[in-house]
Design a protein around this ligand. Structure first.
Ligand code: KG4
Ligand code: ZN
Length: 340
């Protein structure tokens, strides 16, 4: 077998990341997070692209160094073409193009949403690779989708959110509680210490495979406002229970949709992907689903849940094997469906 080294570059939102994958195995995966957004309660696009400009050269250098290779050994450069913030995408796209041209090696464009799913194909000792077809619940700050994956590049969206993404629901609710951005991991942390049945939130009534989170967010806001009027210390005194109850409702919604997808497709190989797949409760509930409903579940390593370049590099590797190269005239695309 040929020795194939792929450099992956991810810059779609607020993480600058670079990774080297060698024949399907990760050699390095370096990410520079941007702390600058925390105090604004969300990602500020202008600040994100500026930080990518500052971070991209050292991050790529570090990824190559940690892989113990020389850049001349690289077989191709893979980069995130979209979806994402245009200013952020342009930094990675331009950098990848220049490096590929300079080294005279193929350039490979990668769809960020496909990459979240294909992260499952990074060869890891303690992780099984899902067999086709499988169902993937892709849950991130920008997306909530149930995808049927029939092959590496044959994906079909079975259902998705009609409004907010689940990560957004986490982050916006966290903001209402006065927690910094991104609030998802913090809500998860406090939830683990609280009573999930302390407060009751209603689930939205939408189609079998569709999601809606904007109603839950509004319901949560009104609930907190009402309780704070009665007791100004309500959040402080009940933070764990509030987070646990919110998390319970969100995970109930997600698991319910997966059950519907299994019923409709008869596919019992279930994967999760995207930033919210780091969530402790969804992981626990999927492990229970293996026991109770005979599903086989595929849960990514934490390192591959939130945005990272290893997922871009593995997708680049799979496209390289298939000779799916990009032309240098390729441009970043802010809106890109998982099927494009
Ligand atoms: O995939 P990702 O890094 O970026 C996008 O492509 O959107 O996902 C980020 C999202 C954020 O909304 C963040 O709050 C959420 O993932 N997240 C979590 C957890 N870790 C990250 N949400 C709930 N529980 C977590 N443990
Ligand atoms: Zn993402």
């Amino acid at each position: 077998m040929q020795d194939i080294y792929i450099l992956g570059i991810e810059s779609s939102c607020d993480d600058t990341s670079a990774s080297v994958i060698f024949n399907g195995k990760k050699l390095s995966n370096i990410t520079a997070n941007q702390e600058v957004h925390a105090k604004y309660g969300g990602v500020v696009p202008e600040l994100a692209s500026r930080a990518h400009q500052q971070n991209i050269v050292p991050v790529v250098q570090q990824a190559i160094e940690q892989a113990h290779i020389k850049k001349e050994q690289l077989s191709a450069i893979a980069f995130t073409r979209g979806p994402g913030l245009m200013g952020s995408l342009l930094v990675g796209t331009s950098f990848a193009k220049s490096l590929a041209l300079g080294l005279n090696i193929p350039l490979i464009d990668v769809n960020h949403m496909q990459a979240h799913i294909l992260a499952h194909f990074i060869e890891e000792e303690d992780c099984e690779i899902p067999p086709f077809p499988f169902i993937c619940l892709t849950i991130s700050g920008g997306h909530t989708q149930i995808v049927k994956v029939s092959n590496h590049f044959d994906m079909e969206i079975l259902g998705e959110t009609m409004d907010d993404a689940v990560g957004e629901a986490y982050d916006k609710s966290a903001k209402i509680l006065g927690l910094p951005y991104p609030g998802g991991p913090l809500v998860d942390k406090y939830a683990q210490l609280g009573n999930p049945k302390a407060f009751l939130f209603t689930k939205p009534k939408v189609g079998d495979l569709e999601f809606s989170f904007s109603g839950l967010k509004t319901q949560f806001l009104y609930f907190i406002q009402k309780k704070e009027k009665e007791n100004p210390n309500f959040i402080e005194e009940n933070l764990n229970d509030i987070c646990a109850s919110l998390q319970y409702t969100i995970v109930e919604i997600l698991i319910g949709k997966l059950k519907n997808a299994v019923k409709q497709t008869n596919i019992k190989h279930i994967a999760i992907a995207g930033g919210v797949s780091a969530n402790s409760e969804i992981r626990k509930r999927l492990q229970l689903a293996e026991k109770h409903w005979g599903w086989t579940t595929y849960i990514p390593k934490f390192e591959y849940t939130t945005d990272n370049a290893a997922m871009i590099a593995i997708t680049g590797y799979l496209k390289y094997l298939d000779k799916q190269y990009a032309d240098v005239s390729v441009t970043a695309k802010a809106r890109l469906k998982v099927t494009e």
